[in-house]
Design a protein around this ligand. Structure first.
Ligand SMILES: NC(=O)c1ccc[n+]([C@@H]2O[C@H](COP(=O)([O-])OP(=O)(O)OC[C@H]3O[C@@H](n4cnc5c(N)ncnc54)[C@H](OP(=O)(O)O)[C@@H]3O)[C@@H](O)[C@H]2O)c1
Length: 328
């Protein structure tokens, strides 16, 4: 019997998100190798819906809009019933080769309107600044532009991605920021160094109420924690992982004992390692939900099984020494 999905409300919003969301980067058909097929992507989104996933993280950057097109094709009219979280503020150079963060108010409006058209929506449920950038535009001006879009009804909520603790703290003072999207996995734990204290400040009696929702991305370390790589893989040049040191030595062998532990614990509790890796992220203090990318239905089937583990606290004790051994 399929596991029932669990939902979590982002603080200060009425957004109820499945504990595991669907990340659309790979289905954009660029930067993730040569094996991304539209029919698999459509089926993967379909499986996500069937398993209770109700939010989809995309971006204009993902395949230059291709991820949005595939997502809309897969969702059809259901796109109005789910939470599509997209991003804003990246601009390509003329040849479409280099993306740069660009957060002046005019570009924020232009980029948002392009997303509304591509996603065939009247309102974007959650619009997130893709990367921080204050080179040309003060944070205040970008946040004012987002607040205006919210007042005009073009977006319901807005959030930030990849902000550090200091900039996030400032943004929270300035505007009603609904979410922070940030990397977090068993082998990538910058979130614990300062950011977590901003989203869930600790008082004398333990953590205070969470100030902002946290959407943790890359929980599988780009597939590495799924256990499918027994030796350092060779990716084609079209796959960004060809340039990711974690898939090469010496990092690969340093992480391997953790992956082996995920396999062993997974066998014991009858879940795939990917589900354990995602559940670990979902159960960490300060995290609201996790976003896992997938190219195929079978991957989604494995990833949603993370929800079976959300109350299995003893599992993390067994894994803690292996997770801590992977700290940089
Ligand atoms: N805001 C930002 O700046 C930012 C940055 C990065 C990501 N994100 C978002 O977060 C999402 C998730 O991150 P991510 O996609 O980079 O990394 P991830 O979720 O850690 O890994 C996803 C990849 O792992 C493989 N995979 C997934 N499930 C699997 C399973 N059960 N077994 C084996 N392999 C599996 C697939 O690639 P293969 O099949 O090719 O191995 C998939 O594309 C993205 O899609 C995107 O929406 C946002």
């Amino acid at each position: 019997m399929a596991t029932a999905m669990k939902y979590r409300t982002l603080p200060g919003t009425d957004l109820q998100l499945s504990a595991v969301g669907f990340g659309c980067w790979a289905i954009g058909e660029r930067w993730w190798g040569d094996d991304v097929r539209e029919e698999d992507s459509l089926a993967a989104v379909q499986t996500a819906l069937e398993r209770g996933i109700n939010w989809f993280d995309t971006a204009p950057l993902y395949g230059h809009g291709r991820a949005d097109e595939v997502l809309v094709k897969a969702l059809g009219a259901k796109r109005h019933d789910v939470v599509i979280a997209t991003k804003v503020g990246v601009r390509w150079d003329n040849e479409g080769m280099h993306a740069q963060s660009h957060l002046d108010p005019e570009w924020i409006v232009t980029d948002t309107e392009a997303s509304l058209r591509r996603l065939r929506l009247d309102v974007i449920p959650l619009l997130q600044v893709h990367w921080p950038c204050e080179r040309d535009t003060p944070l205040e001006a970008s946040l004012e532009a987002l607040t205006r879009l919210q007042e005009q009804g073009k977006i319901r909520y807005f959030g930030l991605c990849n902000y550090d603790a200091q900039s996030l703290a400032r943004a929270l003072e300035l505007a009603p920021v609904a979410s922070l999207q940030t990397p977090y996995s068993m082998i990538r734990r910058e979130f614990e160094n300062g950011l977590r204290d901003v989203v869930a400040p600790r008082g004398a009696d333990g953590p205070a109420a969470q100030r902002v929702g946290v959407l943790a991305y890359e929980p599988l370390a780009r597939g590495l924690l799924s256990g499918k790589f027994r030796a350092p893989p060779r990716f084609p040049d079209t796959d960004l992982r060809a340039r990711d040191h974690r898939f090469q030595e010496p990092a690969f062998s340093r992480i391997r004992p953790l992956v082996r532990a995920l396999e062993l614990v997974g066998q014991r509790v009858d879940v795939p390692p990917a589900a354990l890796a995602i559940a670990w992220v979902c159960t960490r203090p300060g995290v609201s939900v996790a976003i896992a990318g997938a190219k195929r239905p079978a991957q989604v089937e494995q990833n949603v099984r993370a929800v079976e583990l959300l109350s299995r606290h003893r599992l993390w004790e067994a894994l803690a020494p292996h997770v801590d051994a992977c700290r940089p």
